[in-house]
Every structure is written in structure tokens, then in C-alpha cells.
Ligand binder design. Structure first.
Ligand SMILES: Cc1cc2nc3c(=O)[nH]c(=O)nc-3n(C[C@H](O)[C@H](O)[C@H](O)COP(=O)(O)OP(=O)(O)OC[C@H]3O[C@@H](n4cnc5c(N)ncnc54)[C@H](O)[C@@H]3O)c2cc1C
Length: 417
């Protein structure tokens, strides 16, 4: 007798939608998604999905469509402001089954919605804002206000907070404070048609190192749209940051382009945050992705970590559903996922960021560049480096009772733990 009938997911962002597809497609669980907005967020955000995410795209049955709309990037490198090459890796086409894929979120989102809505027992309730939560021994309930002013209660066996950085679910559980810090610098992310590859010989992903004029330029679509994300001062308001964009492009980009030299498609300033929720589980309510943890976007670890939460939580709910795991596995989910953020995502994302501008990071930068050289000289080792991000995943199926697990995150014989 299946244990889970209905899961309520708050947030139709990429993490909520991926979890929803996994549950509805593979386990035939009824899934309701609530979203405060009336449409998918179209701001320039994630575009690069690491091999760990591709693993879960494959399990969700969406990878063929993602690859068809997106592409596998060739080469990531670091340069000086005058475009001088410092180091790089991955110039050869990646042939691995789970090779990274690039597709901007505003294109991935509609693809995920299409897959989700094609499955039975699924619904997305747009204009439904979560304002509180309740739970008892058997159910978890979302307290919702709609854009029409109605108040509703929507209950399921589990309630998942996939509602992003300002998560209503996390706030309902732990209050307004999100432990961690806001970094000093601000960034402006822009999507632009400007052929860096043809004009300046840029690779698909380029990080430009400079004390003040650091930036990232990466091709993010097959038709030549580029993401340029640059830094600016912490004192500026959002409006000032937006107004300064033409000046900053002219100051920092090669060839000092003026507005007529490129076609700007979208832009958004962001603050950079490193934060982690006190726990990712309270009873029948579970947090994933930006609702649970944040990091700066350099190196693309934000949603990479978020999708890895989704993969782990899917394993847990699968195990609970077929009585292979106890609901107490969700405590292990919380401790394992928090540990991966603390030991891997937080330090790696900080190192990726400091490598761009911080003189104190010079020694670490030189060592990192030597590692890039080694990856080029020894492609087998280089490939293993590219796949090392798989460590962000944690397989909870290993704790299934039929596989020798004890159902709560250990092993019956104790040997593997
Ligand atoms: C410039 C930039 C570039 C990035 N690049 C990368 C990258 O290349 N690779 C990578 O891995 N990561 C990257 N990231 C990080 C990535 O974009 C985020 O981690 C990701 O978007 C978070 O997804 P999510 O599903 O957790 O939340 P979101 O995408 O924020 O979705 C949350 C959803 O919840 C809804 N919502 C919010 N509050 C409520 C509420 N109270 N009730 C109901 N609904 C609610 C919102 O409307 C929204 O639809 C980047 C981030 C930035 C800023």
C-alpha cells in the first residue's frame, strides 16, 4: 500500500518543478504546486547545469528535451582584462553521459512546466502565495492567500518549500532571519547579443580577473546570446546599478563597446549571499534549494546544490512511499544536505569568487591554474575533475532496507556507514 498520496510543493521555480516531475512521472504521486507569481521568473539567473544536475534531468525524463534546446559548452577559462589567457580547461567536447548542459532558466522553466502538466494528477496554482504552515501527525498544510484575496488551506502528506531565497515556508518555520552573510560586492547580470567569440576569441565560459573590473562572459544559447555578469560597488542602489550599465560595459569589456555595438536583452542586479537554514526538515515540511541555502553564482553551484537536494529528497520520498525508508530518513536528509553546503558549496563558491578579484587569493589562484594545466595535459584526469562535482549528490537509495540499509540512514550490518 503506497504511503504517499499527495505532495504539495511551494514554488514553481526550477527546483520545485524538477521534484514535481520526478514524483509525478516516476511514482505517480499526486502533486500540487503553489506559486505566488502568475508566471515563471524571467530574470537572468542560472544557465549552467553541472553533471550532477544532468543525472537528475535524466531520471526525470527531461534530458533529451533540455539537450535539444540547450548545448554542451566547450571550455572554461580565466583571462586578464586585456583578454590575455591565464588558464583554462575542458576545451575538447565533453562526451560523458552526464556532460554539463547550458540553457537559461527562462527557457528551462517553460520546458519543465510542459513536462509536469503533461502528467496525470498534477496542477500548478499560480497566484497562490503561502503565508503560513500547519501540520499534524498525518498531514502538512499550506495557508495560502490568492491574488484575488481568497484564503485557502491546501494539505498533503508532505509540504515542500521550494520557494526561493525569500521562502515563505522557511520564514513560517524559523522566522525572518536566514543565517549567514551578505557579501560586500553587488553584481549585475545581463543577457546580451555581443559576439565575444568572433570579436575577441573568447571560449564558451570566460572569467576575467581584475581588482575592480572583474566579470564573467559566457555563451548561454545556441543562437549566440551571452551572459555577462560584472561586479559593482556595494553602496549603489538598484536604480543606480541599472543606470550605470552602459558605462560599465564600456569600461570593462574588450573593445569598450557602446550601446549601438550590442543588443541588451535583459538585466538584473543581485546581492551576493552565503546562507543556510537552521534545518531542512521540520516534521512533514522539507526545504530544498534557495529556500534552504544560498551562495554567490560564480562557478554555478547555487542551483547545482539545489538540484542535488531535489535528487536526495526524491530518493527519500520514494523510499518512504514504498516502505523502504522510515520518515525519519528526512532528518538524515537535513544533516547530509546541510553538511554538503557547509563543506563543499559554501567554501568552493567563495573560492571561485575570490579568484576573480582578491589579491589575498593569488597563491590559491596560481595553484588552481596549475591544476587547469594538468587537466589539459592529462585529459583522463581532466575528465575526472569535471565529474568531481558529482560529490554534491548524496544517494539515499543506498539506505533502502532491501539494499542492506536500516531505513533511517545507516546500514544493518553497520559495515558501510
Ligand atoms: C546571475 C545568477 C546566475 C546564476 N547562475 C547559476 C548557474 O549557472 N548554475 C546554478 O546552478 N545556479 C545559478 N544561479 C543560482 C540559481 O539561479 C538559483 O539557485 C535558482 O534559481 C533557485 O531556484 P529555486 O527553485 O530554489 O527558487 P526560485 O527560482 O527563486 O523559485 C522560487 C519560486 O517560488 C515562488 N515563491 C516565492 N515565495 C513564495 C510564496 N510565499 N508562496 C508561493 N510561491 C512563492 C516564486 O514566485 C518562484 O517562482 C545563478 C543565480 C544568479 C542570480
Amino acid at each position: 500500500m503506497p504511503k504517499i498520496n499527495h505532495v504539495v510543493i511551494v514554488g514553481a521555480g526550477p527546483s520545485g518543478l524538477l521534484l514535481a516531475i520526478l514524483l509525478a512521472r516516476n511514482l505517480s504521486i499526486k502533486v500540487t504546486i503553489l506559486d505566488a507569481s502568475d508566471k515563471i521568473d524571467s530574470n537572468p539567473r542560472a544557465a549552467h547545469y553541472a553533471p550532477s544536475a544532468v543525472y537528475d534531468f535524466t531520471r526525470a525524463g527531461i534530458i533529451d528535451d533540455v539537450r535539444e534546446q540547450g548545448f554542451t559548452p566547450k571550455g572554461i577559462c580565466w583571462r586578464l582584462k586585456d583578454t590575455t589567457f591565464l588558464a583554462g580547461m575542458g576545451r575538447e567536447p565533453e562526451q560523458a553521459e552526464f556532460a554539463m548542459v547550458v540553457l537559461p532558466l527562462d527557457r528551462l522553466g517553460p520546458l519543465l512546466v510542459k513536462h509536469f502538466e503533461s502528467l496525470p494528477n498534477t496542477e500548478i496554482l499560480w497566484g497562490h502565495k503561502l503565508v503560513g504552515v500547519q501540520q499534524d501527525a498525518d498531514t502538512a498544510t499550506a495557508l495560502v492567500e490568492t491574488t484575488k484575496g481568497e484564503k485557502k488551506e491546501i494539505s498533503g502528506d508532505y509540504l515542500i518549500g521550494a520557494d526561493g531565497a525569500s521562502s515563505g515556508v522557511r520564514t513560517a518555520l524559523f522566522g525572518k532571519e536566514y543565517p549567514g552573510e551578505t557579501l560586500k560586492q553587488q553584481i549585475v547580470a545581463t543577457n546580451v547579443y555581443l559576439p565575444f567569440d568572433e570579436r575577441h576569441g573568447y571560449w564558451d565560459s570566460n572569467f576575467i580577473c581584475h581588482p575592480t573590473d572583474w566579470y564573467m562572459a559566457a555563451r548561454i544559447t545556441k543562437d549566440g546570446l551571452w551572459r555577462v555578469t560584472y561586479g559593482d560597488s556595494e553602496d549603489l542602489t538598484r536604480e543606480e546599478l541599472i543606470k550605470r550599465q552602459p558605462k560599465r560595459y564600456e569600461e570593462i569589456l574588450p573593445g569598450n563597446p557602446k550601446p549601438g555595438d550590442y543588443k541588451l536583452m535583459s538585466m538584473s542586479p543581485y546581492k551576493l549571499q552565503q546562507r543556510c537554514a537552521p534545518s531542512f526538515r521540520v516534521g512533514r515540511i522539507v526545504l530544498v534549494a534557495d529556500a534552504a541555502h544560498l551562495c554567490n553564482p560564480f562557478g554555478g553551484l547555487g542551483l547545482t546544490g539545489g538540484f542535488a537536494d531535489v535528487g536526495s529528497l526524491y530518493d527519500c520520498l520514494h523510499g518512504i512511499h514504498i516502505d523502504e525508508l522510515s520518515p525519519d530518513i528526512l532528518d538524515k536528509y537535513s544533516s547530509v544536505r546541510k553538511g554538503i553546503w557547509r563543506d563543499m558549496i559554501d567554501p568552493m563558491s567563495r573560492a571561485n569568487f575570490h579568484r576573480l578579484w582578491d589579491p589575498a587569493a593569488e597563491k590559491a589562484r596560481d595553484e588552481f591554474f596549475k591544476m587547469c594545466d594538468k587537466a589539459c595535459e592529462d585529459p583522463v584526469w581532466g575528465k575526472s575533475m569535471a565529474q568531481s562535482v558529482m560529490a554534491v549528490r548524496h544517494d539515499f537509495e543506498q539506505y533502502f532496507k532491501s539494499k542492506g540499509g536500516d531505513g533511517v540512514g545507516g546500514f544493518v550490518d553497520g559495515g558501510k556507514a
